[in-house]
Design a protein around this ligand. Structure first.
Ligand code: ADP
Length: 892
């Protein structure tokens, strides 16, 4: 029985709470029994013995029932109530109160409740216990006659017995809890080791699986290439091409799975080294250009001439990222073009943010799918993509790699129109020399039958291929056949060492993983071989070990080159050419073309801007600013009885004013729709990576802010700022943002500055004819008629983004203008004196001159811009309206 209980308490498979409950309850039974016997021995009163006996039986019954019914928590509750309201009070009043043993029992009750009541409910029980204890003490103090007092001897005996009893139980309980804690700790440590071993085993499994699969694929791809070189029927060529595509797919899949397993187990490590940016880019473009061409797509490349010639980063992983994204662009585009743009972003000391963007004119991605793009195994828009091969792993790997490099990837896409993936990766600048006007060179691995021409011959060269796999030996031998080199093969390290004693080879291709003696060992032996003829021969490792650390490992060991299986004919031919002494090589007529073929890349010649500021026509910006800062302006609509016109594009203020001066004619304005905003952003994103769109206050009628915000949700790189203003007030923010872009600030900094500006800008207008406001629905028609009759001119002001009539001026036009200007100029305490906008509707030159004189008499501004309000603003306020718009200086 005791053994079973011990087994139960210490079993890790039993829930912890059950174990603690059992332990605590048994301890209670043990201690109650001891006290009960002791109380009989010292001759306690009957009532006390009865209470104790009852408590003892109750605890035993509760424990038994708890295990029989499995409702441990319920019986723990019953026990707690019993202890608090029954056992302890009776003990207290019959056992001499504070002069007996009960205070010790109260203390034990705290521990008991803490252990058997889990969670927050224990607090309620502990509070009840405190209340009961205080009540007992108060009653004992106020009514000492209800207490049964012991004589001194019994009191002492009772107290010491309780002290020892509770002490023993405490020791047992704490010992037990420590035991559980230690056992759990050991278990956790063991588990951690097991998990680590499992993950090691998993990594090992994936890497050896990759190795094992690469070896046969090498044979398939290599021999298949030989078939393509032969003079075979078209049907055979077609089949052979299908084999080529399928084996590459398989290879791709293996690489992805290997990467994914590494990333998930946190074992992906970056290998940083210096690399030549031009070489890297030409390699990528060389790989993908042909694929785009095959699909009839144009392939554009824009490389910023500012890009440093040498950077330091994980070249292989950067290539992998770009190849993946470019591959997708080609895969998901059926007509149009693919554009790869490389720009220099922000630079801090040596660290340059290189921005790569890949734009396609393909199927695009639905807005709701964008959040899932980077999820592993997730292929979005499955219906449309059913016939496009893919696993949904690519972008997930790309995202994780970009994150690992401290960069970021974002997507802008318009469904059915195309997508842009923007990748920013910080890298260290090694060489300050810039790449300049770089003409990309091909490093093509394409092996089309029509295209294969041997690039060189070396009839006097001797090559040794060491590989335990005979098929692999055959692949290398056949792929190099046309170079006319003499090729010997060795099945093992031992055989190779025997051959290097006999023959002086010019190049040795060495497999790594071989039984008995591996490639690294064999290479060292050859280098130090007594009497060996190949001590100085160039040795290239030819391996299926494709892990990123491998290249570094082989270089460290002393190999002269590194080729990963599966190899293509062109790759091994180039490597051999690189390794052979010039004297042995006979270059064929077109060898230059093949080895360093210069591609006629189409340079689009448009540099993508890192950030573009866009706004609406209602921002009333002078055209010179729009041009100078290349600001994108989206026209609002002016709807008249004659039709709908684009503000400022198809309709001009003067014409519109004369049109609406006829009261019969109607005109109103409308912001562009969500779709029109989407199209506008999509168009601008061809020229930039990020858009900051400064919109009219969201709180004015027909605000463009709302559709703009909705449209921006489609893009990751479009930020909409609610200017809280309109007209040139909004324009002031646009100018500030555009200047910040020019100074090289980033999106976050610009957005923060703009947000802090909203309350520093003052936008107000004095309206000449209140009827226009009424016609535009801005104020009530009746109010307008009365106000008009009394020559009331409202001052319209933007307050907290809302258009309000903040003041009314009475009198003739001249007097009202005077009052308005004095009022505004007087209040302009901390205005930034560099720029003041006077934005007006239908004023004459003479009137403008007068306004200028008045302003100059009161205050100096470096520049006062008189800006004609856009038709959309004119419709709402009517001719004769103008406003002084300015910005407060930034508080230091
Ligand atoms: P897959 O192997 O399916 O291409 P990825 O992880 O590379 O996996 O991409 C995930 C999904 O994202 C694809 O299935 C496709 O639906 C979508 N996608 C990726 N790139 C593009 C693109 N340039 N245009 C349209 N859809 C794309």
């Amino acid at each position: 029985m005791i053994k079973r209980i011990r087994g139960y308490i210490s079993s890790p498979s039993v829930p912890m709470y059950n174990r603690v409950f059992t332990m605590t309850s048994l301890a209670a039974v043990f201690v109650l029994s001891g006290i009960f016997i002791w109380d009989i021995f010292i001759g306690e009163i009957f009532l006390k013995l009865l209470a104790l006996g009852f408590a003892l039986v109750a605890v035993v019954v509760c424990v038994v029932l708890a295990f029989k019914t499995g409702r441990i928590s319920l019986f723990a509750t019953i026990m707690c109530y019993g202890v608090i309201f029954f056992v302890l009070p009776i003990e207290f009043f019959t056992g001499g109160g504070v002069y007996g043993c009960t205070p010790i029992w109260f203390a034990y009750a705290f521990l008991f409740i803490s252990l058997v009541k889990p969670g927050k409910s224990k607090i309620a029980y502990l509070v009840m216990l405190v209340i009961v204890a205080i009540t007992c003490y108060i009653v004992a103090y106020l009514k000492p006659d209800v207490m049964h007092m012991h004589d001194a001897k019994v009191a002492y005996l009772d107290s010491i017995a309780s002290l020892i009893g509770v002490g023993v139980v405490l020791v047992i309980t704490v010992g037990f809890l420590m035991g559980i804690y230690n056992a759990e700790k050991v278990r956790a440590e063991k588990q951690a080791i097991e998990i680590d071993e499992m993950s090691k085993a998993q990594s090992h499994f994936f890497s050896s699986m990759s190795h094992e699969i690469r070896t046969p694929i090498n044979t398939i791809i290599g021999l298949n290439e030989m078939i393509l070189r032969e003079d075979v029927s078209d049907e055979v060529v077609e089949d052979s091409r299908s084999i080529q595509v399928a084996s590459r797919m398989l290879l791709h899949l293996i690489n992805d799975i290997l990467d994914m397993s590494k990333l998930e187990s946190g074992k992906m490590e970056l290998t940083t080294s210096a690399y030549n940016t031009g070489d890297m880019l030409s390699e990528i473009v060389g790989m993908l250009w042909g694929r785009a061409k095959d699909k009839g797509l144009d392939f554009h490349v824009n490389i910023s001439p500012e890009l440093p010639g040498e950077l330091s980063g994980d070249e292989m992983r950067i290539k992998q990222i770009l190849i993946n994204v470019l591959n997708n662009a080609i895969k998901y585009t059926s007509k149009g073009s693919i554009t790869l743009t490389i720009q220099c972003g922000k630079r801090e000391n040596d660290i340059l943010n290189v921005i790569y963007s890949v734009t396609d004119t393909g199927m695009g991605i639905k807005r709701e799918n964008i959040p899932y793009l980077f999820t592993a195994f997730k292929r979005v828009d499955k219906d449309k993509n059913r016939y496009i091969e893919g696993t949904g792993l690519g972008l997930s790997i790309v995202k994780q790699l970009v994150d690992l490099m401290g960069g970021k990837i974002t997507v802008n896409s318009v469904y059915t129109k195309g997508s842009t993936f923007i990748i920013e990766i910080p890298q260290t600048v090694i060489d300050e020399g810039v790449i300049g006007d770089y003409s990309l060179r091909e490093k093509s691995g394409e092996t089309d039958r029509e295209e294969y021409v041997v690039s060189f011959t070396a009839p006097d060269a001797k090559v040794l291929v060491v590989d335990d796999n005979v098929s692999n030996q055959m692949v290398v031998t056949k792929l190099l056949r046309d170079t006319q080199v003499t090729i010997d093969t060795a099945d093992s390290g031992r055989d190779a060492l025997a051959m290097t004693l006999e023959t002086k080879y010019d190049v040795i291709f060495m497999d790594h993983m071989m039984p008995e003696m591996d490639g690294i060992e064999c290479m060292h032996e050859i280098r130090n071989q007594k009497g060996g003829l190949c001590k100085n021969t160039r040795i290239v490792v030819l391996t299926a070990n494709a892990e990123s650390e491998s290249q570094e490992l082989y270089a460290r060991e002393g190999f002269d080159g590194y080729l990963i299986k599966p190899i293509t004919g062109r790759e091994i031919e180039k490597e051999l050419y690189r390794q052979l002494p010039d004297a042995l090589v006979v270059r064929s007529a077109n060898s230059d073309e093949i080895l360093e073929e210069s591609m006629a890349w189409m340079h689009v010649g448009v540099e993508k801007k890192p950030i573009m500021i866009t706004t609406e026509s209602v921002a009333d910006l002078p055209i010179e600013f729009v041009k100078k800062y290349d600001i994108g302006v989206l026209p609002h609509m002016v709807i008249t009885d004659q039709g709908v016109f684009e503000d400022g594009v198809e309709i001009e203020s003067a014409g519109l004013i004369s049109y609406i001066s006829n009261l019969e004619n109607h005109a109103k304005t409308a912001a562009p729709s969500v779709e029109e905003h989407v199209a506008f952003f999509a168009d601008k994103l061809q020229k930039t990576n990020n858009i900051i769109h400064i919109s009219i206050s969201s709180r004015v009628e027909n605000s463009g802010c709302i559709p703009a915000t909705e449209a921006a949700a489609t893009f990751e790189n479009v930020t909409v700022i609610d200017s809280g203003h309109l007209s040139s007030g909004q324009g002031l923010m646009v100018i500030e943002a555009a200047q910040m872009v020019e100074q090289g600030y980033g999106v976050t900094e610009i957005v923060d500055r703009l947000k802090s500006m909203v309350n520093r800008i003052h936008t107000s207008f004095i309206v000449d004819d209140i009827n226009y406001l009424a016609r535009a629905g801005q104020i009530n028609q009746k109010v307008a008629s009365v106000a008009g009759a009394f020559m009331v001119h409202p001052q319209i002001q933007l307050s907290r983004g809302k258009m309000i009539a903040s003041k009314y001026f009475l009198g003739t036009r001249d007097a009202v203008w005077d009052s308005y200007m004095s009022d505004v100029l007087r209040k302009m305490k901390s205005a930034d004196e560099r720029l003041l906008f006077v934005t007006y509707v239908g004023l004459t030159y003479r009137e403008l001159e007068m306004i200028r004189e008045k302003i100059s008499a009161v205050r100096h501004f470096d520049r006062i811009i008189f800006q004609k309000a856009s038709p959309a603003i004119a419709v709402n306020s009517g001719p004769g309206t103008f406003g002084l718009l300015y910005i407060d200086k930034e508080r230091k």
